[in-house]
Design a protein around this ligand. Structure first.
Ligand SMILES: Cc1ncc(COP(=O)(O)O)c(C=O)c1O
Length: 326
């Protein structure tokens, strides 16, 4: 697959998801840049029926003056896409580094002048009946659209411990970002929203805390940052890794990765969720019990501020995580 520079390009900057579709923005689909309306999937597409695909979610932050659009840890996201595909026995058409270049070109063509979200998808494109992974053709696309906050990051989320359990690695690999597995997250999130909460926290089959519906989870206990271990059926989040590093290197405080009990959610000083979409999202209540004082905690606020400085390219030490689009 090559990057086709002669193909589609939008005429004026696109500023919202609605404008993105209206403007018939540019998508990378089946090996070339195409306008959105020119991308077609057949009704029999395997991935549509069986959830046979894997994907990524990457953010680009609009950081003027001088910064332009900055992709955050795009290489690590594409490396994880390769790992997810490897687990499913699927093939990604380009190396992680080449996908970063492709994404820069996609963003240039869409002329975003706002924060954006990038969604690469490896999927079973074969139009055939039969549940399996082998022998079905793989497809690949990347789209990107303007994107703001995924959840409220300012006032604190009210979470419930979901009645749905997080899928176990021995059922469907939790460390792979598999499209079909997101039914598990969607059930938990919908239950939370329908019950008047903002977000769901999921336990694993052994009863330990796993993560949010689309976020990793952290607790602060007496200045120590605690988060479920990678063997607790979590997605090995890139934001999680980022925050662990910022906490220990920049705030100089201890971190522990270990199994977390449900009751620790009720006694923690602070709780927050994190992810590319959620960024750093304070949690102010779990199961209607206030977390700490019931307000956004001071450690979470400090970490959130540092995180936003880092993703907008304002911390020299971490500039290498930010890839300029232009
Ligand atoms: C289930 C799940 N856990 C955690 C995360 C956070 O991962 P990351 O920080 O790499 O976006 C996500 C978001 O992609 C997710 O979907």
């Amino acid at each position: 697959m090559s990057i086709d520079t002669a193909a589609a390009r939008v005429e004026s900057p696109v500023r919202s998801v609605a404008e993105f579709v209206q403007a018939d923005a540019v998508v990378h689909f089946d090996g070339e840049f195409r306008r959105y309306a020119a991308c077609r999937l057949g009704p029999m597409t395997h991935a549509l029926h069986y959830g046979t695909g894997c994907f990524e979610g990457i953010r680009a932050y609009w950081s003027p003056p001088g910064g332009g659009l900055l992709l955050f840890r795009a290489l690590e996201h594409y490396q994880r896409l390769h790992q997810s595909a490897r687990i499913l026995g699927m093939s990604v058409p380009l190396s992680a580094a080449a996908l970063v270049e492709l994404t820069r070109e996609l963003l240039r063509r869409n002329r975003f002048e706002t924060d954006a979200y990038i969604r690469p998808l490896v999927y079973k494109a074969g139009e055939e009946i039969g549940v399996r992974l082998t022998g079905v053709r793989d497809g690949f696309l990347v789209y990107s659209a303007p994107f703001g906050d995924y959840v409220d990051i300012h006032h604190g989320l009210r979470c419930m411990v979901s009645s749905w359990r997080r899928i176990d690695d021995c059922m469907a690999p939790a460390r792979a970002k598999i499209t079909g597995s997101y039914v598990n997250a969607a059930l938990a999130k919908s239950e939370a929203l329908d019950s008047g909460y903002d977000e769901a926290i999921m336990l694993g089959m052994d009863g330990h805390v796993s993560e949010g519906s689309a976020e990793n989870l952290f607790l602060v206990r007496a200045g120590t940052l605690v988060t479920p271990a990678v063997s607790d059926n979590i997605l090995e989040g890139i934001t999680r890794a980022t925050l662990l590093q910022l906490w220990s290197e920049d705030l100089g405080l201890p971190v522990v990765e270990r199994s977390v009990d449900r009751s620790e959610l009720y006694t923690a000083d602070e709780v927050f969720l994190c992810g590319t979409g959620a960024q750093v999202s304070p949690v102010v209540a779990v199961d209607r019990r206030p977390v700490g004082s019931g307000a956004v905690g001071p450690y979470t606020a400090r970490l959130q501020e540092l995180y936003f400085d880092v993703v907008r390219g304002m911390v020299e030490k971490y500039r290498e995580w930010c890839t300029p689009v232009d």
